[in-house]
Design a protein around this ligand. Structure first.
Ligand SMILES: Nc1ncnc2c1ncn2[C@@H]1O[C@H](COP(=O)(O)OP(=O)(O)O)[C@@H](O)[C@H]1O
Ligand SMILES: [Mg+2]
Length: 432
């Protein structure tokens, strides 16, 4: 096809002008797509719903060169529960009697969520007029915003600059923006929901910690006190035994509350990561157990600790992790036998920038087929031993929060072996 056929009966000058015109249009279209993409990216970056809504409206106004824009959020009963205007000055806003209720043209868009493009607002049969003090508006473009297949609201644009009506390109741009807006709004809502739940959880955790644990401490304290008083009294053996049970049950309940709290919060609390020297931490935990065993005149755990790395992690959470794993390794031994623990560290080429720690014991071992299930909350595989079944679930959460993994296997020498990874410090690969 020759140029002659494309532009019949045209002189070279006209032809050049026409070509330039088309080039300009193309470049304008390219700039617009660019601006649209930028708007979409900038809207998606924010997670606060209020900011997201304002950004969407501002982006729409800029993209189609409208003088005014607004975003109406539809509430129950098909009215506008929020109205976010852009382009009006403070004085203009003060002049307006009330925000639109969602009657007239806006009501039509609410009832029939379809794009509406008008050269003159007043010419439309549904037009209801403006509230008192409202600036005059003529050209109009209304586009619905869908969130999860439900109408969330509408974008309204009026007064395209230069007195022109909005065209099909404007409509396409705002429709694309509205689609992106739907996703951004959904994200912002999910984020707000998560934050609300997190706040609720913290309140709940606080209530549990104080209001449940305080009376429990009272029960423990007083039952121990009375127990001491009557322990030596002849004829009080039965009462003393009952009180001992009360104390033990209260202790179990206290541990369960602690575990539940840690389990619930380990998923959501913000990580405060710093360098954690595992040598010092493991030593501290092991010493506590050894001292405890000595105090109770029980068999003293035999623990071999390798040179352990420094990790980049949240100290209280890692303390929980090691406390649970070492506690288990010492607890799940045959009665009367001392625990044997080997705590070692390896760096494996495939664990990029991660330290891999192993805690192996020679205790009762994990029953076949239970190696994965024991990480599930409340799952226990050793009925003869007391516990809540939450320790390993907490361990898994802690490790996963740090981007690592944890597994259980059989210790080749008999017993169980737990292996987990944490981000290493000082590993040349981790700083790359
Ligand atoms: N070192 C271990 N050796 C043998 N069994 C273990 C060991 N650690 C955990 N288990 C098994 O995994 C189950 C879950 O452990 P955990 O979540 O810490 O709960 P709890 O210790 O309160 O029972 C335990 O009931 C036990 O059956
Ligand atoms: Mg445990």
């Amino acid at each position: 096809m020759s140029d002659r056929q494309l532009f019949p009966n045209m002189r070279v000058d006209d032809l050049l002008e026409e070509l330039q015109d088309r080039l300009r249009t193309l470049m304008a279209a390219r700039d617009r797509i660019h601006a649209l993409l930028e708007a979409v990216v900038s809207i998606g970056r924010d997670l606060d719903l209020e900011t997201v809504l304002r950004r969407i409206t501002e982006a729409a106004v800029t993209l189609v060169e409208a003088r005014y824009g607004a975003l109406g959020v539809i509430g129950k009963g098909g009215t506008l529960k929020r109205f976010i205007p852009v382009g009006l000055t403070e004085e203009e806003i003060a002049q307006i009697d009330h925000w639109p209720h969602g009657k007239g043209l806006l009501g039509l868009l609410i009832r029939e969520p379809e794009t509406l493009r008008l050269a003159h607002i007043a010419g439309h049969p549904a037009s209801y007029g403006f509230p008192q003090g409202h600036p005059p508006m003529d050209s109009f473009l209304g586009v619905p915003i869908m969130v999860r297949e439900e109408v969330f609201g509408n974008l309204y644009l009026t007064e395209k600059t230069g007195g022109r009506p909005f065209d099909a390109d404007d409509e396409a741009v705002v429709t694309a923006l509205a689609t992106a807006a739907g996703v951004a709004i959904e994200n912002a809502r999910l984020y707000e929901e998560t934050r609300r739940r997190e706040a609720e959880l913290h309140v709940f955790a606080g209530v549990v910690a104080h209001d449940l644990k305080r009376p429990l401490t009272t029960i423990q304290g007083f039952s121990e006190m009375v127990h001491q008083d009557i322990a030596q009294d002849p004829g009080q053996e039965r009462n003393a035994e009952c009180l001992e049970r009360v104390t033990r049950a209260a202790g179990q309940m206290s541990r369960l509350i602690d575990d539940l709290l840690t389990y619930a919060t380990a998923r959501d609390t913000t990580l405060n990561c710093a360098a954690v020297d595992l040598n010092a931490l493991v030593r501290e935990i092991v010493d506590e157990h050894v001292a405890g065993a000595r105090a109770e005149a029980g068999p003293v755990p035999q623990v071999h600790i390798d040179q352990l790395p420094v990790v980049h992690a949240d100290l209280p959470l890692v303390r929980q992790l090691l406390g649970n794993l070492i506690g288990n390794a010492i607890k799940y031994t045959r009665p009367g036998h001392p625990a044997h623990l080997d705590i070692t560290a390896t760096t494996v080429a495939t664990d990029k920038g991660r330290a891999r720690i192993e805690i192996a014991d020679r205790g009762i071992g994990i029953p076949p087929g239970e190696h994965k299930a024991i990480f599930t909350g409340f799952h226990r595989a050793a009925a003869a031993y007391s516990g809540t079944g939450l320790g390993l679930a907490i361990c898994q959460r802690v490790v996963e929060r740090h981007g690592g993994t944890i597994t259980a296997s059989d210790n080749p020498g008999g017993g169980a072996r737990f292996t987990f990874t944490l981000p290493a410090v000082g590993d040349p690969r981790s700083s790359r």
